[in-house]
Design a protein around this ligand. Structure first.
Ligand code: GDP
Ligand code: MG
Length: 436
């Protein structure tokens, strides 16, 4: 599945607690694929990965986290921004506030109408529902049942076949009963059709709603985007409701719709029950699309611990290939400051479930620290000088085996190479150019 694919793409963890190499080109290709799989349309996915590449070029090497994690953070921020950044609330200042619900058949309009009333009631509002679907008598019953269930009145007129008339009657009734929010459910069609558009446009023109919410089934992927565009061209709606985001629907439609119609997503439906409604948080949706566990909070914690000036100095050292075992030792102390090893590793995608059964000692760096402590000042500053006889002495001094010392030195060299690549804009640019 997608999560596994991304886990593979990030390849965050190779050896315990060490900063490991990631294949950036591979990662970007997987990200693009993952986005397409999640129903993000091609154009959006392409411009997104381009944007991330550009931002990634400016990445500061934060040695307390891996480049992959940093890249993930960039992607998460970028996705969040693309989806509007902040929560967009309903405009409820008018009394009564009129809300018109639009969308295709089966999208979840009637269900959402009930959910929204339930939500607003819990916020102290006094809503009235208007049954405006004149084509399906069952739709009126459906709304009435929902109304009873949540304790909200429903206005209907089954004798009438005129959606505009019913909407106006409903508003008059709501004013009489002192309802401060009036939500008008409407009829859909199986596909975009002129008659439906004319009808709903007429309801809009006569009721002058403060909010027009377009309801769309997130599982319909690309069709959702086309439908959104058609409705927006005609109605100029004020917000989008994405339904059926329960199960494993990835929510890529959210990204595509936002980028095509440029209207905020205001709610998501996550089930058939009246409580299954959530306010849309761009950041949560970004994480959902990336399916990346808690990497972002890991990166944020690392950044908090990391002093900017120190980072700049470190970067200079890395660029000159002067990053040495003293710096490495300091980095380990930084990582340790961030918290318990097991918790930290648990935040990395794919590792969390693995860690459940593994008993990791709290101090996973103990032997690494012991080895570094057994080095002389000269050796720490000149890792290249540590040949066989020195390794033997270090192993003895630290109570480890020479193989362990050799392995650590090798890992250290690998890490230096990767860090150097990431700190050098030209080299990074070259790597990025080879990306898909
Ligand atoms: P309408 O034709 O647009 O009014 O759609 P309905 O509200 O009648 O919903 C169509 C079907 O989708 C019903 O069976 C609903 O129970 C179901 N449905 C609506 N919203 C959701 C949702 O968020 N999740 C799930 N799983 N089902 C939903
Ligand atoms: Mg309906």
């Amino acid at each position: 599945n997608l999560q596994d694919k991304l886990d593979r793409a990030f390849k965050v963890l190779k050896g315990q607690g060490s900063i490991t190499e990631i294949n950036v080109a591979e990662t970007m290709k997987e990200i693009r694929k993952a986005l397409l799989d999640a129903d993000v349309n091609y154009k959006t996915a392409k411009s997104f990965t381009d944007e991330v590449k550009e931002k990634a070029l400016g990445l500061n090497v934060l040695t307390a986290v891996s480049p992959g994690q940093l890249l993930t953070k960039v992607m998460n921020d970028e996705l969040t921004a693309l989806m509007g950044g902040e929560v967009t609330e309903l405009d409820l200042k008018n009394n009564p506030t009129i809300i018109l619900i639009a969308g295709l058949n089966g999208a979840g309009k009637t269900t959402f109408t009930g959910k929204l009333a339930n939500f607003l009631k819990s916020k102290g509002k006094k809503p009235l529902l208007v049954a405006g679907d004149v084509y399906r008598p069952a739709a009126v019953d459906q709304l009435q049942i929902l109304g009873e269930q949540i304790g909200v009145p429903v206005y209907s007129n089954i004798a009438s076949k005129d959606p505009v008339g019913i909407a106006l009657e409903g508003i008059a009734e709501g004013k009489k009963q002192n309802n401060n929010v009036i939500i008008i459910d409407t009829a859909g069609r199986l596909a975009i059709d002129e008659q439906m558009m004319d009808e709903i446009a007429a309801v809009k023109a006569s009721t002058k709603p403060h909010e027009i919410l377009f309801v769309v089934d997130a599982m319909t992927g690309q069709d959702a985007v086309n439908t959104a565009k058609a409705f927006n061209d005609r109605l100029d709606f004020t917000g989008v409701v994405l339904t059926k985001l329960d199960g494993d629907t990835r929510g890529g439609a959210a990204l595509s719709i936002k980028s095509v119609v440029n209207k905020p997503i205001k709610f998501i439906g996550t089930g058939e029950k009246m409580e299954a409604l959530d306010v849309f948080y761009p950041e949560r949706m970004a994480s959902r699309i990336l399916g990346m566990g808690d990497v972002v909070s890991l990166v944020e914690r690392a950044q908090q611990q990391f002093d900017e000036k120190e980072a700049a100095e470190l970067q200079k050292k890395i660029r000159k290939n002067k990053f040495d075992f003293n710096d490495f030792y300091n980095q380990i102390q930084q990582i340790k400051k961030m918290g318990n090893m097991k918790d930290l590793m648990g935040m990395i995608p794919g590792v969390g479930k693995m860690m459940k059964n593994v008993d990791i000692e709290d101090d996973a760096f103990k032997s690494v620290e012991a080895v570094i402590q057994s080095m002389t000042k000269f050796e720490r500053e000149n890792p290249d000088s540590i040949q066989q006889s020195r390794r033997l002495r270090i192993a003895k001094g630290s109570g480890t085996k020479i193989e362990e010392v050799t392995k650590l030195i090798k890992q250290f060299e690998d890490m230096r190479k990767v860090m150097k690549q990431f700190s050098n804009p030209a080299a990074a640019a070259k790597m990025m150019r080879n990306m898909p």
